[in-house]
Design a protein around this ligand. Sequence first.
Ligand code: CO
Length: 494
Amino acid sequence: MEQTVMQTVADTSFRLSDWQGGHESLKQEHSYWLEAIEGKIPTDLQGTLFRNGPGLLDVNGQRLHHPFDGDGMVCAFTFDQGRVYFRNRFVRTEGFVAEQQAGTILYRGVFGTAKPGGWLANALDLRIKNIANTNVIYWGGKLLALWEGGQPHRLDPTTLETLGIESLDGLLQSGDPFSAHPIVDPGGEDHPPRLVNFSIQPGLSTQLKLYEFDLSGTLLQSQTHSIPGFAFIHDFALTPNYYLLFQNPVTLNPIPYVLGLCTPGQALRFNAYAPTHIWVISRQGDQPIRKLQTEACFVFHHANAQERDGKIWVDSICYESFPTLDAQQDYRTIDFNQIPAGQLWRYELDLQTATATRRCLSPRSIEFPTVHPDHVGRPYRFVYLGAADQHQGNAPLQAILKLDLETGHSDCWSAAPQGFVSEPIFVPKEEGAAQADAEDQGWLLVLVYNAAQHRSELVVLDAAQVSQGPVACLPLRHHIPYGLHGSFSQDIFL
Ligand code: CO
């Protein structure tokens, strides 16, 4: 065991014990002005950064078996004239409230957590706990905490108080899924931005729904399709004319799950010999739904998609197989060398020949891609990602990588050895808006876990000069457990 840990340190310039600190619960809820800011907060950075992620990695000392099972905790960083106000609140989901009152785990987690008491205590309990922990977005006057297996929770954007389960004006019924990866389509000169999202209801065949909302949150259009087989689809991609969804070759064996022997996440099996299906769906609904095939892989996140020369390009983070965690494994002692790394691939879809080809754009271990919001679904040049510090092998995300997809050039800032990064959020600069070639004129907001002090800090990078390092570093008084996704709103919620 000792030898394994030493090897990991030598290969990846991080200590496992440092990384583990970011997987501790944060039980307190805070509200305060950030002080001791290093550097200078850009004056054009005005608005609120919302982030979501598992805030509790244990219930009253009972450790969760998988971090994705943790209760959602939303953080807000409000930027106003060079000052920043911080607030964090747990989403008061039905399950969170019940478990906190009971002081014990009452629900089985989707990814890895069992109730105490062995398989008998878990058998036949198929209740799903909506943990509201994956993303948070402000749209149509509503702040929504999102989790793909259930309805959104609506929060007060200023206090982060939970207002309740959200039906989106009656669109969603009790328990209906709604993906945690909505896409803001930037629109164009004659059409305003839209929020586009999907949902999947898995079964022997999978029911897929697609929704488009206007700026006020009113539903403009929706589609429903049934696609053959089981599907686990976490994210999707979009162009002006198409929705693109990857159905990776995983199947669910429900028997051990129903018997209480494992969770749904542990019952997923990856088939390396089956193709990945790429579903191409017309947004106008004026063409039949198309299915293309490509090699087996697993995709959680897409970076972007675009229509180019009569073809469709989709850039995605691919894993060789579905990264599973066995019931006996402790995620905190995982050997990164034993699990597949995410890498950036470009898929070229040719609808004329119904073929898909792919090539690797970057072999580095990366996740959490983001692009300039005006280039979503459009031709683009730069992608920003969380990345391993080293160029090879799998490791926790410690660096922010900017890739120039035209020249192949990359630009990188690393927080290693004791810093661990999260998803970068791109906020366009005010002055960049008027420039013709303004794609990297923006700020990258990155929450970094600093193991040296067991606290987190919000880092502001200049997207045009990532390797120059932070223009501002905003230390918190405490740590924030590793989060998932977030978004920036121009609104100043104070
Ligand atoms: Co995600």
